[in-house]
Write a protein that binds this ligand. Structure first.
Ligand code: PGA
Length: 301
């Protein structure tokens, strides 16, 4: 059976008006064009849909059955059209965002503010480390990623939107807590609790000390910033974390930022997607939002 949507529309009009002439007027077609569409439809269905009694036409039994299905199909098509229009206009839509574990401290705040403006969107947020974010971009599993400086050899579209200073943290009763201008050589005498391999913070930290010719003593390795902060607070060593992870601990003075020189390690946050990826309207709007509003929504530390 070869049906066209055009034939369905014409059939629906003729069936409602029981008149080729009025159907033709409604559809801005000629009367012979309408008759031709119905003839072709009946041929492809292999059964008559209308019968002519005197000057009037009526639906046959097959015509009445077909009218029910025709209406359902038209309704479904209208609905599909409305949903697509909504998507274009961004009233509905799904946003898939992946962020570096360190970025999660502000990314949820950004997503919450964005969702308040776009109530019908659904957000899928994945929080993971840098290595895993790069894998997701490679596999095209996510719309947008918020991460530290992306690699240059991966064909990514990247825009920086905010600074990300990495600082040295210590418990507030540490001997260095009140010392000014602590040199890197002094830090060599301390043990550091560090993030796992694959973490952007860890990579930046190792590069920084390497560039300054300083070797650090590393103690425990941990896969989250929360664990690092708790370990530092418990006296297991010093730590290096993004200042964006510290809002609460600084407020409650459970941790302090050491005045180590030449800190902070200055990184930046980037919003990233694969080059050439067709972003959905929601994803484009979120990217725009992060670039324009992102910074102002973040806590001042
Ligand atoms: P993370 O941070 O992978 O250490 O969580 C991201 C980054 O700074 O690149």
């Amino acid at each position: 059976m070869h049906l066209t949507f055009r034939q369905l529309t014409v059939f629906d009009a003729v069936a409602r008006h029981l008149s080729y002439t009025r159907a033709a007027e409604e559809l801005f077609l000629s009367q012979p064009a309408v008759s031709m569409q119905i003839k072709q439809l009946e041929e492809s269905l292999g059964i008559s849909l209308f019968e002519k009694l005197g000057k009037r036409i009526f639906l046959t039994e097959a015509g009445r059955e077909f009218q029910v299905y025709g209406r359902t199909i038209s309704q479904q098509l209208n609905e599909a059209e409305a949903v697509l229009e909504d998507l274009k206009g961004m009233r509905k839509g799904r946003l898939v965002v992946s962020v570096a574990s360190t970025a999660n401290y502000f990314a949820t705040r950004l997503l919450a503010a964005f969702s308040r403006q776009h109530k019908d969107i659904t957000v899928h947020l994945d929080v993971t480390n840098r290595a895993s974010l790069l894998r997701q971009l490679e596999a095209n599993e996510t719309d947008l990623v918020i991460m530290g400086k992306p690699p240059e050899d991966m064909h990514l579209a990247t825009e920086s939107f905010m600074e990300n200073p990495l600082v040295v943290i210590a418990p507030s009763d540490h001997v260095l807590a009140r010392q000014k201008q602590i040199p890197l050589t002094r830090l060599q005498q301390e043990t550091f609790v560090v993030r796992e391999r694959g973490s952007g913070t860890r990579i930046a930290m190792e590069r920084f000390f390497g560039e300054h010719g300083v070797t650090l003593t590393t103690g425990m390795e941990m896969t989250s910033n929360e664990a690092i902060k708790q370990a530092v607070e418990a006296g297991l060593g010093l730590g290096i974390v993004s200042i964006h992870t510290l809002e609460l601990e600084l407020e409650t003075q459970r941790l302090v930022i050491l005045d180590a020189q030449p800190f902070p390690i200055l990184r930046h946050w980037y919003i990233v997607h694969r080059q050439g990826k067709r972003l959905s309207p929601v994803a484009r709007a979120f990217m725009e939002y992060v670039l324009t509003e992102g910074k102002s929504l973040l806590p001042k530390v």
